[in-house]
Design a binder for this molecule. Structure first.
Ligand code: UT7
Length: 327
């Protein structure tokens, strides 16, 4: 009999420091009104210097493991989706494995930007279904404030810091992951990228002076690709599982921009009451956005056993992915 993979526990770790739109008005030529109307964001979190991606990941993971009733030693696989790792080498997943006190196990970082949690969930699903792993931890972990240029109003108003984790494991059908998809198209790589700090353009005094170690984004062009891709991948996973939008209990889109969420929701014909949004409080936390939403919904009782939940995301690469789960 085929094994079904599902989500057994979730957990979040958000830095305590809140950056409001009014705080950003003091740094760049922007306004609370512009940010609210164009993005839906009112505030976002910012990590303190001593907070690291691995530290917050371990905190979120402990909460997810506690909800699942598991110990770190139960894990066979740890996937950390991040574009803001502790350091280029070694992987942040290696630090998380040690900080949790998990047994040495297959642990790696995954770079799919804002789609990364859904990519990680799909990888975990394959490991569990093929019995290569019983329990897998997937973390979406981003300290984007470390890569945001606080002189660039086009990006600094959007991104925020946050981490959330989910434990995946075997579940009794009909619960579990019903369909998943992952896609990448590098033709749009220059729409959202960090030019320097990698092997192509190593960090130097010149790259720092040119501010090339910060995120560069062509937001307006990305917006259109994001809406099209999230609509398309959402339809594809729904079709795979023969599920109509009407049957969904909840749609959790990547929190990129409230206007993107609204456009995708309207194109799919999903009622606003079924769409979860926390972007006003967290901003765009890249790969952490979907698991943070998921954790908030689980802990507030918004998700009930048997619910059909659709998740879809879009990010740098460009990447996009979808996941349909029966809780
Ligand atoms: O996480 C997944 C990947 N990321 C995305 O999918 C991001 C998608 N893009 C977006 O969310 C939106 O494109 C943004 C929020 C980034 C920008 O909103 P927009 O409505 O697309 O604005 P725009 O770039 O077309 O700019 C409109 C105007 C420009 O001024 P002019 O040329 O019309 O005079 C910008 O300079 O708004 C200006 N502007 C701002 N004004 C005040 C851009 N950023 C700001 C700002 N405050 N922060």
């Amino acid at each position: 009999m085929e094994i079904a993979a599902g989500i057994l526990g979730t957990g979040t770790a958000l830095p305590g420091k809140v950056i409001t739109n009014h705080d950003l008005e003091k740094l760049v030529d922007t306004s609370d009104q512009w940010i609210t109307e164009r993005t839906g964001i009112k505030e976002r979190r910012q990590a303190a210097p001593e907070e690291t991606t691995s530290l917050l990941s371990a905190e979120a993971s402990r909460k997810a493991l506690a909800m699942a009733g598991l110990e770190p030693q139960d894990l066979d696989l740890i996937i950390c989706s991040t574009i803001s790792p502790d350091m280029p080498l070694p992987s942040t997943a290696a630090f998380i494995q040690t900080q949790l006190g998990a047994h040495p196990c297959c642990s790696f970082d995954l770079a799919a930007a804002c789609s990364g949690f859904l990519f990680g969930a799909t990888v975990a699903e394959q490991y569990i279904k093929t019995q290569k792993a019983k329990y897998a931890l997937v973390i979406g972990a981003e300290l984007l404030s470390r890569y945001v240029d606080y002189h660039d109003r086009a990006t600094c108003v959007i991104f925020g810091d946050g981490v959330a984790a989910a434990v995946f494991g075997p579940v009794e059908p009909p619960s579990g992951i019903l369909a998943s998809e992952m896609h990448t198209n590098g033709a749009f790589a220059d729409h959202l990228y960090i030019p320097a700090g990698g092997a192509r353009k190593p960090a130097s005094c010149e790259t720092v002076t040119a501010r090339d170690h910060y995120i560069k984004m062509r937001g307006n062009e990305l917006f259109k690709v994001a809406v099209r891709s999230m609509e398309d991948v959402s339809r594809r996973v729904l079709e795979q599982a023969n599920v109509c939008p009407d049957q969904l209990a909840l749609f959790i889109p990547h929190q990129a921009n409230q206007r993107i969420t609204n456009a995708v929701r309207d194109r799919l014909g999903i009622g606003a009451e079924k769409v979860y949004s926390n972007i006003s409080r967290t901003g765009n936390t890249s790969s952490a956005s979907i698991p943070i939403c998921l954790d908030e919904c689980v802990r507030s009782g918004r998700i009930k056993k048997g619910d059909l939940i659709l998740m879809s995301a879009f990010g740098a690469g460009v990447t996009w992915g979808g996941l349909l789960v029966r809780w």
